[in-house]
Design a protein around this ligand. Structure first.
Ligand SMILES: NC(=O)c1ccc[n+]([C@@H]2O[C@H](COP(=O)([O-])OP(=O)(O)OC[C@H]3O[C@@H](n4cnc5c(N)ncnc54)[C@H](O)[C@@H]3O)[C@@H](O)[C@H]2O)c1
Length: 435
């Protein structure tokens, strides 16, 4: 009789403890979960998207939420109470994710922390034998993306990246339409995002750390800073140590559609970006409120534009993706996609979204976990590619708008200044994962 993965892990943990087998060997030989097995799920980072993801796991009858972890005890307690009231479950509660990962009964970990924490928690979760649903962007630097891909491959981890658009039927149909060639030769992909969160808030002074918050752990591997509410829950994404502004926050979702639609698998020939804080120069943010990026390919260009603090945009959409071909153009966002023909060269076509992508993304992940299929709707390799696109755009703008060539095999830019931004320096006692 085949071992369930959990009993397999329990048995092999004895071998690890006695030094008879290295820890990662356990995960190299995972066994399939039985059809009737419960799936034990844990969440790290409970406030926003992590919780929303967990709520998409809960309707699946096999899902058992066994653990929650957050450095903000107020959030931890209120989420635990919510889970007990609405789902009758009493998970174990943790402030330190490493203690949560010690629980051998946990099958899946959802990572819903800010971007600067994804890499360490992901690599540790893979090494501990968990499968992982990790939020996007997978990391806050190129070197972290590489470490995460290496970890998932080494430990044979089934990963879903929270780029749920890949599970959306209307985006899938859009890709089919583009690949059919009906649009003719596509010379330009334009991607944009204009949103009025975070960037336009006036700065506030530093203050005491709120009661119940372990701010030292929130900072984790990033530089030591005093507490400021505008660099904390939610709004951290506009500060370089923790996020990369709209280009990483929305860019990874939308650039991913531009790359997927054009079947791009690697880095562009070159990237050039310009950014500045022109709309809200006195707002509480470091990342650029106004930004343009050009990615060059052999037969097309992909451009990115963001304007933070406003919510109007091209084609009546505050965010979207445009594919411009010789026969017409296709304009898409999360609501729909539409083909606007060039004269009479094409039939007008439109498809609207069913808004089931979050749910379907989780369903796809659970199926893949049960069958040990690493080819999920959004693999760690998919997540890494578009996170790197966002990073190289930000790096070009941060060093003053230089045109850059990034060699993904050599892990180097052609300009020294840019190479300094490839890898963050982790603050002790945290160590950059060595894989
Ligand atoms: N897929 C999507 O559409 C989507 C939408 C929104 C956010 N996101 C992503 O989800 C992630 C979280 O974003 P958010 O808006 O929910 O952030 P948030 O700041 O609202 O929540 C993050 C939570 O993580 C906790 N946390 C921080 N460090 C921790 C640590 N070391 N251990 C345990 N808990 C820790 C915080 O206390 C907080 O509760 C980000 O990567 C973001 O890009 C994805």
């Amino acid at each position: 009789m085949p071992l369930s993965r959990r009993s397999f892990l329990k048995k092999t943990s004895y071998l690890v403890a006695t030094g008879l087998v290295a820890p990662h060997i356990i995960r190299a030989n995972p066994s399939v979960l039985g059809a009737n097995d419960k799936v034990n799920v844990a969440l790290i980072g409970c406030k926003g998207m992590g919780w929303s993801n967990l709520m998409d796991f809960m309707p699946h009858p096999e899902v058992n939420c066994v653990a929650l972890c957050d450095i903000d005890n107020n959030i931890l307690q209120s989420r635990a109470a919510e889970l007990e009231k609405n789902h009758g479950m009493k998970p174990a509660l943790y402030g330190d994710y490493r203690k949560l990962l010690d629980d051998k009964n946990i099958d899946i970990v959802i990572i819903g922390t800010p971007d600067h924490w994804h890499c360490l928690q992901f690599v540790d979760a893979c090494a501990a034998g968990k499968d992982v649903y990790v939020e996007k962007p997978i990391a806050n630097s190129i070197a972290e993306c590489d470490a995460m891909v290496a970890a998932a491959q080494r430990y044979n981890t089934v990963v879903q990246v929270g780029q749920q658009q890949r599970s959306s039927k209307h985006w899938q149909e859009m890709v089919k339409y583009l690949r059919s060639g009906q649009l003719g030769d596509i010379g330009r992909v334009h991607v944009w995002a204009n949103f009025n969160y975070a960037a336009m808030q006036p700065p506030v002074p530093d203050s005491d750390v709120p009661a119940g918050v372990d701010f030292e752990t929130w900072l984790g591997p990033t530089p030591k800073k005093t507490f400021n509410s505008q660099r904390f829950h939610g709004s951290w994404r506009m500060f370089w140590d923790y996020g990369g502004g709209l280009l990483t926050d929305w860019g990874v979702h939308l650039l991913d559609m531009g790359l997927w639609g054009m079947d791009v698998q690697g880095m562009p020939l070159s990237v050039q970006a310009t950014g500045g804080n022109f709309l809200y120069p006195n707002g509480a943010h470091e990342t650029f409120d106004t930004m343009s990026v050009t990615y060059r390919f052999p037969k097309h260009i992909m451009t990115w534009e963001n304007n933070a603090g406003v919510e109007t945009g091209p084609y009546g959409k505050c965010y979207g993706v445009l594919f411009r071909g010789t026969n017409g153009m296709l304009v898409a966002n999360r609501d729909d996609w539409e083909v606007i023909p060039e004269g009479t060269k094409l039939a007008p076509t439109k498809m609207v979204a069913d808004y089931q992508d979050h749910r379907d993304h989780v369903t796809n992940f659970l199926e893949c976990v049960k069958t040990r299929n690493r080819n999920t709707a959004c693999t760690i390799e998919n997540g890494s590619l578009c996170a790197k696109y966002a990073q190289i755009g930000n790096i070009s703008a941060r060093i003053g708008g230089e045109t850059l060539v990034y060699d993904d095999a050599k892990k180097k830019f052609d300009k020294g200044e840019a190479n300094k931004l490839l890898k963050p320096k982790y603050r002790s006692p945290w160590k950059f994962p060595n894989l």
